[in-house]
Design a protein around this ligand. Structure first.
Ligand SMILES: CC(C)(COP(=O)(O)OP(=O)(O)OC[C@H]1O[C@@H](n2cnc3c(N)ncnc32)[C@H](O)[C@@H]1OP(=O)(O)O)[C@@H](O)C(=O)NCCC(=O)NCCS
Length: 155
């Protein structure tokens, strides 16, 4: 069986995945303050967050998270992060995880930040209805790269 035809399942990210997430962060966001294991452990413990995992058999090949903002409805949401192992990018895994996160947002407004030079992610976000609403200069602390803020209206 080729890697491309292997079956990808989307499910819950757990604390047991935190080390592997940190490993993927280092691969995906070098120089942009990749989250360490402890950051994943902390975020997974927060009840207002929801994290998803993409797996091939038992291997974690992608992860993503969304946070519910505020304490009272109508709630707005923020995508924290989404990442796919470079070996498995470009085969629909990122889109499937993002769809899952947007289902959690249940029609509420969703916000996110993305590096202005991150064309694959920007294309993915636009394709599900996000639009650019602002520019945050030097948003990424270590690299100093700029970010777009993007917003998806309630739907
Ligand atoms: C962004 C990311 C999560 C997308 O995951 P993926 O599994 O590779 O994406 P998919 O195969 O599901 O593709 C979904 C859409 O993304 C866009 N896309 C993906 N790869 C692309 C590329 N190389 N160039 C342009 N657009 C691309 C397309 O719009 C694509 O839709 P299409 O297949 O209908 O054309 C992945 O590239 C990644 O992990 N990047 C590094 C981490 C990162 O930058 N995360 C976002 C931080 S804000």
């Amino acid at each position: 069986m080729t890697a491309r035809s292997e079956h990808v399942t989307i499910g819950a990210l757990t604390v047991d995945d935190a080390d592997r997430c940190a490993e993927l962060e280092n691969l995906l966001f070098p120089g942009d303050d990749p989250w360490p294991t402890a950051a994943f452990v902390r975020e997974l413990a927060a009840t207002h967050n929801h994290y998803v995992a993409a797996r091939i058999a038992t291997e974690l090949v992608g992860y993503g998270g969304i946070s519910r903002l505020g304490r009272t409805p109508p709630f707005e949401y923020e995508i924290h992060t989404i990442g796919v192992d470079p070996e498995y990018q470009g085969r629909g895994i990122g889109r499937r995880m993002l769809d899952e996160l947007l289902n959690i947002a249940d029609g509420g407004v969703v916000h996110l930040e993305v590096r202005t030079d991150n064309e694959p992610a920007i294309a993915l976000y636009r394709s599900v209805g996000f639009t650019q609403v602002g520019l945050r200069r030097r948003y990424y602390r270590i690299s100093g790269a700029d970010a777009y803020t993007m917003r998806r209206e309630a739907q």
